[in-house]
Design a protein around this ligand. Structure first.
Ligand SMILES: C[S@@+](CC[C@H](N)C(=O)[O-])C[C@H]1O[C@@H](n2cnc3c(N)ncnc32)[C@H](O)[C@@H]1O
Length: 313
């Protein structure tokens, strides 16, 4: 049995979906070295600093929460270095890490990865179809986010399901520009998270860099989008989030996944030409004893709402 700080806030009956209500900087150091197959992190972007943006045609202030306020470049960077260092330590040698961000945070993330001697594999651009207009009319309309994909060391031999990605792209190599719509209304039916990621984005990431049965971690899990993608794709999931309202949304989203939805979504994601199906549908390797083994359940635990960066007049 592996010892983690406290008990999870929520754990599924099958012990394959866990949520921790804690600060990532406290939980990550309790996870043993080389135990996680894939990490997706959508950290604070540090952009809630009094700016404004356009939402449904109206000017609204950009304040996603105190967690998103900047503490100054140096402190923001120290924070990024601290959690990235832990992610590097807990990733298996074949494992990889995806981090999303806008210009407010992504340069610090990239620099921290270089300082930690990680291997940057790709810089993916997520083109956010139909972005909110720029009210000041003094900037190009903000319409993209970056996602840096990295392996823990320069020697890493990372896992990548090239064929699944090619298949998803109609038989052509998947490029690093992804055109994906903001989360659908349906994805927000249990409540809104101000920076919720589209499920389609996470489905692609989880599919590309992990296998069924793998352990996927999200240290800033918010409304649990990464976990939902994992449940649909049969990966084990561990999410860390400080805000109980967001944890409640994540739990609801998970509990609403009835058998019918699971079968439907899995069938969609496994629809492949026969030759590829034979290669990628073979049984996953037996899974190693994982983080969830030996833990007990403690009783129980339409629009893109991430406004673009502030329009400074
Ligand atoms: C950008 S949002 C993630 C949104 C998520 N990807 C989704 O689809 O809903 C970042 C989340 O990290 C949480 N957070 C911020 N600092 C944290 C920390 N130190 N430890 C754990 N969670 C944190 C915030 O409450 C927020 O929900």
């Amino acid at each position: 049995m592996l010892r983690l700080i406290g008990f999870p806030w929520f754990m599924s009956d099958k012990r394959d979906f866990m949520l921790y209500r804690q600060n990532s900087l406290e939980v990550l150091p309790t996870i043993p070295d080389c135990t996680v197959d894939m990490i997706f992190a959508d950290p604070p972007y540090f952009l809630s600093n009094g700016g404004s943006t356009c939402q449904s045609g109206r000017r609204v202030s950009v304040h996603k929460g105190d967690w998103d306020q900047s503490c100054g470049v140096n402190e923001n960077h120290s924070f990024n270095l601290a959690w990235l260092r832990e992610c590097q330590r807990i990733l298996k040698p074949e494992g990889t890490l995806f981090v999303s961000g806008t210009h407010h945070v992504i340069f610090s993330i990239g620099f921290a990865m270089q300082q930690l001697d990680m291997k940057i594999l790709n810089e993916i651009t997520w083109y956010k179809v139909n972005p909110p207009p720029n009210l000041a009319c003094r900037y190009f309309t903000h319409s993209t986010e970056s996602i840096i994909w990295a392996a823990p060391t320069p020697q890493s031999r990372h896992y990548f399901d090239y064929h699944a990605m090619k298949d998803e792209n109609g038989g052509k190599q998947m490029q690093s520009i992804w055109s994906i719509q903001p989360p659908r209304k349906q994805e927000k039916r249990f409540g809104k998270h101000p920076t919720q990621k589209p499920l389609e984005l996470l489905m692609r990431i989880v599919k590309a860099a992990s296998r069924p049965g793998d352990l996927v971690l999200d240290p800033f899990s918010g409304s649990g989008t990464t976990g939902i993608a994992c449940a649909l794709l049969e990966r084990r999931f561990m999410g860390i989030e400080m805000n109980p309202d967001y944890l409640t949304i994540a739990r609801q989203r998970y509990l609403s996944l009835d058998e019918e939805t699971l079968v439907e979504e899995r069938a969609k994601s496994f629809r492949k030409p026969a030759s590829l199906a034979a290669r990628t549908l073979k049984a996953p390797p037996p899974r190693e004893p994982g983080l969830f083994d030996g833990l007990r359940t403690p009783g129980l635990g339409e629009d893109d709402d991430r406004p673009g960066p502030p329009d400074h007049d």
